[in-house]
Design a protein around this ligand. Structure first.
Ligand code: ADP
Ligand code: MG
Length: 539
């Protein structure tokens, strides 16, 4: 019994000790936590970048960002820490409660034990007193046996009393047993409480360990981040320094070039400043030169024009001389090839012969007798249209120079007049070629001279002069002498058309031919009209 009591007291003391230990541990943990917080605060206050003062503010801004991120993480962890603290606090409170309850239980148990031990003591005392009283009773019984029936009664009474006392002892024993059971259950409760305390302790330990681990990992993370940022900043700073060195050397090499460029620029600036004056002077001199050149060209032109006129005059003179020498009237013969109409045989082929050495002599057989003629020129049947035209070409130039020219074809029908003058479209004669030359010459001189070419066509038939381009072709016209005394003839009222090209002339000629006596139209028929639309078109 004593051993049990002392055991329970011993258990209470252990629990208290343990609680005290826990309280102390708790206090230590709090202190540690405060220390960590202070350290954290210090770290936060400390400048993160050891490269403070570095000129690369961008890098430092990045580092600052990283730091603020880390601070955020620390704040999060702090929140977690405070949660853990709260948990620890709750657990400590619950522990204190359990301790209180345990204390109450222990006090109750102590009281109960006290009460039970008191009752046990009483019971022992009673038993002892009863034992002390027993011998006299035995003795009484003995004496009763010896002495009398009266004593026998007293003996039975005492036996009953003894019985009662024995019952009381049994009862006491029962009570004692119950109390022992109670004590045992209280011991079990204590064990349970101890287990609970141990569990709480282990939980507390675990929470503490967890907190420490988390703080440590946070610390490590922070340190690692700072170290990484620092290393990166150092590497980048190194690169920047290298760049800076390169730029510096570049700058050093560029400086002389810059100096020369500046010098050049200044020189150019000076030149540019003087440029307008220079330009003005140059312009003035150029203007003067140009003026002079223009004057020179003008005078040259004048000179050339003078020379040209003189040459023109000379040419005219030469031409006139040539015409005078050749004769104002020249007679040229052209012999056409033999045609079917001429018949066959030597009469036809030998009618005309030529002089091999002189192209101005022609031999004829007249009534079987040879007759020779001397002309200005004789063309054989082999002569082309171009050969014939070349001979009269100079007359066209005379015409442009202002001379009156007349080419007159004479011969019997079928002799080749029309062929020589008009020709065929594939092989034109003198008229077409002369007109072509006339217009090309006029075109050439168009820049210096203004020419007006007009066409008129007249016919003398049966002593009657008629205007082939007039509105009234049957009207009779007169030939008169010019009143200016030049000896020239003119036909008053003769229709004239101004023409610009050979095509225009051909058109007019077509009209004249259709109106003429030899045209397929007869006088009683209406000739093709040129008025007024065509005339307007010809201008
Ligand atoms: P005319 O006008 O004098 O009456 P044509 O000019 O009509 O004569 O000529 C008569 C024929 O002779 C035509 O068929 C023409 O083609 C031809 N003829 C005239 N001269 C030549 C010549 N030099 N070469 C070839 N054929 C010619
Ligand atoms: Mg003819």
């Amino acid at each position: 019994m004593h051993a049990l009591c002392s055991g329970s007291v011993q258990g209470g003391t252990d629990l208290e000790k343990h609680r005290d230990l826990l309280v102390v541990e708790n206090e230590r943990l709090r202190q540690e936590m405060r220390r960590f917080e202070a350290e954290l605060q210090e770290l936060r206050a400390k400048p993160v970048a050891p490269c403070a003062g570095c000129e690369h503010s961008q890098e430092s801004a990045q580092l600052r960002d990283k730091l603020s991120q880390l601070q955020l993480e620390v704040a999060e962890n702090k929140g977690m820490l405070s949660e853990l603290n709260l948990e620890v606090q709750q657990k400590t409170d619950r522990l204190a409660e359990v301790e209180l309850r345990l204390k109450d239980c222990l006090a109750e148990k102590a009281q109960e034990e006290e009460r039970l031990s008191r009752r046990l003591r009483d019971s022992h005392e009673t038993i002892a007193s009863l034992r002390a009283q027993s011998p006299p009773i035995k003795y009484v019984i003995k004496t009763v046996e010896v002495e009398s029936s009266k004593t026998k009664q007293a003996l039975s009474e005492s036996q009953a009393r003894n019985q009662h006392l024995q019952e009381q002892v049994a009862m006491q024993r029962q009570v004692l047993k119950e109390m022992e059971q109670q004590l045992q259950s209280s011991h079990q409760l204590t064990a349970q409480l101890r287990a609970q305390i141990a569990m709480y302790e282990s939980e507390l330990e675990r929470a503490h360990g967890q907190m420490l681990e988390e703080m440590q990992s946070l610390e490590e993370d922070k340190n690692r981040a700072i170290e990484e940022a620092f290393a990166r900043a150092q590497v980048e700073m190194k690169a920047v320094h290298e760049n800076l060195a390169g730029v510096r050397t570049n700058l050093l090499t560029l400086q002389p070039a810059l100096r020369t460029l500046t010098n050049d620029y200044n020189g150019l600036k000076r030149q540019v400043r003087g440029f307008p004056l220079l330009l003005q002077e140059a312009l003035k001199s150029v203007k003067a030169e140009i003026g002079q050149a223009i004057e020179e060209v003008n005078s040259n032109n004048q000179e050339l024009l003078r020379k040209y006129r003189r040459e023109l005059q000379l040419r005219k003179k030469c031409h006139n001389e040539l015409v005078r020498l050749k004769g104002n009237i020249r007679v040229i013969a052209r012999v056409r090839p033999v045609t079917k109409e001429d018949g066959e045989g030597p009469d036809a082929t030998n009618a005309v012969t030529f002089d091999a050495d002189d192209d101005s002599i022609i031999h004829l057989l007249h009534k079987g007798k040879p007759v020779s003629f001397e002309l200005d020129k004789v063309f054989s049947p082999r002569a082309s249209q171009q050969d014939v035209f070349q001979e009269v070409q100079a007359l066209i130039t005379s015409c442009i120079d202002g001379f009156n020219v007349c080419i007159f074809a004479y011969g019997q029908t079928g002799a080749g007049k029309t062929y020589t003058m008009e020709g065929t479209p594939e092989n034109p004669g003198i008229n077409q070629r002369a007109l072509q030359l006339l217009f090309s010459e006029v075109q050439e001189k168009a820049s210096d001279w203004e020419y007006t070419i007009t066409v008129s066509a007249a016919e003398i038939y049966n002593e009657v002069l008629r205007d082939l381009l007039g509105q009234e072709p049957q009207e009779k016209l007169e030939i008169r002498l010019c009143p200016d005394g030049s000896g020239q003839l003119y036909v008053p009222g003769l229709t004239e058309f101004q023409v610009q090209s050979v095509a225009d002339i051909n058109k007019v000629q077509g009209r004249a031919l259709s109106t003429g006596t030899l045209s397929p139209w007869l006088w009683d028929q209406q000739p093709p009209r040129l008025y007024p639309e065509e005339a307007a078109a010809l201008g």
